[in-house]
Ligand binder design. Structure first.
Ligand SMILES: [Zn+2]
Length: 81
C-alpha cells in the first residue's frame, strides 16, 4: 500500500512536469509579438507651435488646422479663414 502511494505521487509529479514542459514548448512555438512600430507617432505630450502666434502648447491641447496646429479655434480661423 505504501508503494502504491509513492507510485501515485510520482505519477502526479510526472504529469505536472510534462504539463509544464508542454506549456513551455507552446510558449516557444508562439510567434513573437510584432515589434513596436518603427514609425514613431507624435507622443501625446509633444509640444507644437501655433502657426498663427507661435505659442508652444501640448499637442493634445492644440487645435489641428489644415495648415498645422493652432493654440485655439480663433487662431485657426484667423490663419485659415
Ligand atoms: Zn495662437
Amino acid at each position: 500500500m505504501k508503494y502504491l502511494l509513492v507510485l501515485a505521487v510520482l505519477l502526479v509529479a510526472v504529469q505536472v512536469w510534462r504539463h509544464k514542459r508542454g506549456a513551455e514548448v507552446r510558449a516557444q512555438d508562439r510567434p513573437a509579438p510584432p515589434p513596436p512600430s518603427t514609425r514613431t507617432p507624435v507622443p501625446p505630450n509633444a509640444m507644437v507651435t501655433c502657426r498663427h502666434c507661435g505659442l508652444h502648447l501640448p499637442h493634445s491641447e492644440a487645435v489641428r488646422g489644415a495648415l498645422g496646429p493652432y493654440c485655439g479655434e480663433e487662431h485657426r480661423r484667423l490663419a485659415e479663414g
